[in-house]
Write a protein that binds this ligand. Structure first.
Ligand code: MG
Length: 386
């Protein structure tokens, strides 16, 4: 197996996105932008070592970005990109690696497959770079903002990194053109007469140069979401009394609902629907009946706790649908009051809250007026479980 080193160039000032720090040290998702490419190279089975070129004034930021990675000691870059790559290559001479992959720190999404393609290409030639086709027509823009025809895009491609080379060849190429100013290493190689071939690049391996790029990158670091549903069912019997509590609303009736808490069947069924969508047990698991703190409790606290668990998991409730099953009391007159109560408890727009009511045609325990039943479904999004 050849010895392969990834040389990550992170010495640029790149202060267009932030005056506070160069872009490679801006936060992207859970870590700094630079750390994304460091992870991808250190985790790749064919990469033996990772060497980063930095500006010494960023030493403290670099320490933070590099935390937890097994890297070669950082190297001080030059005033140009080419100078920084040269410094990195010179620092690797004592290693004498067989192959080197030179990568811009501003491309955080280099994939394992792309690294494989470049390495495969190096089995055939001295240099291999990833490229993308150019699909837009190219134009020339004058300082007066006048547009004129540009070069024909046929035969033109856009170069990405990592650019791979046989180490000794690219080291010599850099040494032979010290005073030139090339913007990538394929140009250095070409100037030295090295053959460079191309493999397919990756649109996700884009370079972050603008705020729009940063926004796109942030979206790509968000967890993938999955949609989940949960179902809940509850029944409470009637007992002597003069009102029932349904969906947090007190409704006059010739009986009350009996239960350890306020016996709000609607909120109980909804609580179980949310817990069911989370796969986190049921209302009895979290609020055991008989526990003195829940005696006569207002049931919105159960539903609020289930909703808090949704948010704690990084999820978002999409909608709920509840059916109350009883002959009496009539639900219709209280429906809009219940909807606005549920919308407030669950921080949902009212359009995402549905309450329906039905009888059982005088059949069964609800038909005989012995109690009220409720069924509920909740739909939510949660970060994908792998
Ligand atoms: Mg109950």
């Amino acid at each position: 197996m050849p010895c392969v080193v990834a040389l990550v160039v992170a010495a640029g000032r790149g202060e267009r996105l932030s005056l506070e720090r160069p872009k490679q040290y801006l936060r992207l998702g859970q870590c700094m932008l630079l750390a994304h490419s460091l992870r991808r190279f250190t985790e790749h089975p064919c990469i033996d070592h990772v060497q980063v070129v930095i500006d010494p004034s960023d030493a403290a930021l670099y320490e933070e970005a590099a935390q937890g990675f097994d890297l070669l000691p950082s190297v001080t870059g030059g005033t140009t990109r080419q100078g920084s790559v040269s410094a990195g290559l010179e620092a690797l001479t004592h290693f004498q690696p067989d192959l080197v992959l030179i990568h811009d720190a501003a491309r955080p999404f280099v994939s394992s497959g792309l690294i494989d393609r470049v390495l495969d290409g190096l089995a055939q030639t001295e240099g291999c770079i990833p490229v993308l086709p150019i699909t837009d027509t190219l134009k020339r823009l004058s300082v007066e903002q006048t547009v004129s025809s540009g070069p024909d895009r046929n035969g033109l491609v856009a170069a990405q990194t990592p650019q791979g080379f046989h180490f000794a060849s690219i080291l010599n190429a850099h040494r032979s053109c010290e005073n030139a100013s090339f913007t990538d290493d394929a140009a250095v190689a070409e100037a030295a007469g090295l053959p460079v071939t191309a493999v397919a690049g990756d649109p996700d391996n884009f370079k972050i140069t603008s705020m729009d790029d940063m926004t796109r990158a942030e979206t790509m670091t968000l967890p993938r979401m999955e949609t989940r549903t949960g179902f809940g069912f509850d029944v409470h019997r009637f007992a002597p009394g003069d009102s029932v509590t349904l969906c947090g609303c007190s409704i006059p009736h010739n009986a009350r609902l009996s239960g350890y808490s306020d016996a709000d069947v609607g909120l109980h069924a909804l609580t179980d629907a949310l817990l069911g969508a989370l796969g986190e047990g049921d209302i009895g698991t979290h609020f055991p009946p008989g526990d003195p703190q829940w005696g006569n409790a207002a049931s919105h606290i159960f539903l609020e706790e289930a909703h808090r668990r949704v948010k704690q998991r990084g999820g978002r409730l999409i909608n709920i649908d509840l059916t109350l099953i009883c002959e009496a009391p009539k639900i219709g007159p209280y429906r809009s009051q219940m909807i606005s109560r549920l919308a407030r408890i669950l921080e949902l727009p009212e359009a995402r809250v549905s309450i329906k009511a039905t009888t059982t045609e005088k059949l069964g325990f609800t038909g005989r007026g012995e109690g009220i039943a409720a069924q509920a479904i909740a739909t939510l999004t949660l970060p994908e479980i792998s």
